[in-house]
Write a protein that binds this ligand. Sequence first.
Ligand code: S3P
Length: 193
Amino acid sequence: MTRVWYNLFSYFLGQFERGMNIILVGFMGSGKSTVAVSLAEVLGFQYIDADTLISKISGMGIPQIFQIYGEKYFRQQEKKIISDLLTETDHCILSTGGGMPCYNNLIIQLNSFGVTVYLKCSTDVLVQRLKNGREDRPLIKGLDDSALHHFVSEKLAERSIYYEQAQFVVDADKEVQEIIQEIGNRLNINTTL
Ligand code: S3P
């Protein structure tokens, strides 16, 4: 009888442990990568950046992928890496690309991969942060300030329906340390070093 309980306990512990991934979603400039790096360090988890993985697999940077193969190909790559991660990854903090949850129903896959957290930012904060990050991001490259504001406001409205399906929503207009603390509070985990 004790053995039965032990096996049951191990099974549920295994299920819990397998689910120990944290996935950050949100618009470009919402701080996903910065927060993910710190969170991984604090929790001793592996840090995975979806864009970096795609770059490695494709052998080129994200701007070149967009330029040579187009956005559709990039979205297929996003889908592929999620399928691969789903089968073999544990105890990781995944920083997704801003569009990842919004195509091919990937928010559903992300929700089954672990705990999803939406880093929610206002348009004004995103625009401010993205002003210096236009060159590396094909979707906003070459936009002037007013076009950037227009793009962010439109795209954020369009994508929010997907982001809001994350299991937790955190106010990410704040500083990194505050965001990490809020994630800790919401997920009931200790995020202090
Ligand atoms: C994209 C966001 C980028 C990158 C690609 C497309 C998007 O990632 O995946 O340029 O569609 O919003 P970041 O959110 O890390 O900038």
